[in-house]
Design a protein around this ligand. Structure first.
Ligand code: PRP
Length: 195
């Protein structure tokens, strides 16, 4: 390509106002979390249960930071909508593919915000009779918490700002940003995102 005639292409990075957690910081922390999980679950063959879609990038990096035997399962949930949101009722769109009875379960989440999704999921998973359940999340946003969640492993505690990147979206976009960032207000137009 002739660089003299290269046009300026806009990318997802242009919409970012501020980077809260850099890609290098994420990589370092995920490596630490993986090593910690590997040590804590040595010889226990845990099953990591992750919640689509935001968690997949964290999950992919986390499991590659663990050298021990483990397996994966994926769930997808959606909340019932604004009117019932405070009840924390969620609808399961994709259930576990294998039983978790007697297994050591590690729930992998990208972000815990109100905690309502995980509050529901933890009860749901407990009812399936696992040997244990622990929670690992990349981002903990405690300011908006409505349900108390036992977070066993956390990557970063973040302020009450709407964040995107490394799996997290705004209107399904920006999941492929390699860092955690905050979008420019102009991206939202009149709308102001919750969370
Ligand atoms: C995010 C995140 C958690 C949930 C946390 O998922 O992955 O599942 O929200 O919020 P809460 O603590 O307030 O319940 P989201 O609904 O954005 O779906 P996505 O992962 O497909 O983007």
């Amino acid at each position: 390509m002739n660089s003299t005639h290269a046009t300026t292409r806009s990318t997802i990075h242009d919409d970012v106002e501020e980077i809260l957690v850099t890609g290098d910081q994420i990589a370092e922390r995920v490596a630490q979390l993986g090593a910690q999980l590997e040590a804590d679950y040595a010889g226990r063959d845990p099953v990591l249960v992750s919640v689509l879609k935001g968690s997949i990038i964290f999950l992919a990096d986390l499991i590659r930071a663990m050298q021990s035997t483990l397996s994966l399962d994926l769930m997808e949930v959606s909340s019932y909508g604004a009117s019932t949101e405070s009840s924390g009722q969620v609808r399961i769109l994709k259930d576990l593919s294998r039983p978790i009875e007697g297994r050591d379960v590690i729930v992998v989440e990208d972000i815990i915000d109100t905690g309502l999704t995980l509050n529901y999921l933890l009860k749901y998973l407990h009812d399936k009779g696992p040997a244990s359940i622990r929670v690992v999340c990349l981002l903990d946003k405690p300011a908006r918490r409505l349900a108390e969640i036992p977070i066993d492993y956390r990557g970063f505690t973040i302020p009450d700002r709407f964040v995107v990147g490394y799996g997290l979206d705004y209107d399904e976009r920006y999941r492929n940003l390699p860092y955690i960032g905050v979008l420019k207000p102009s991206v939202y137009g009149a709308a102001s995102p919750e969370g």
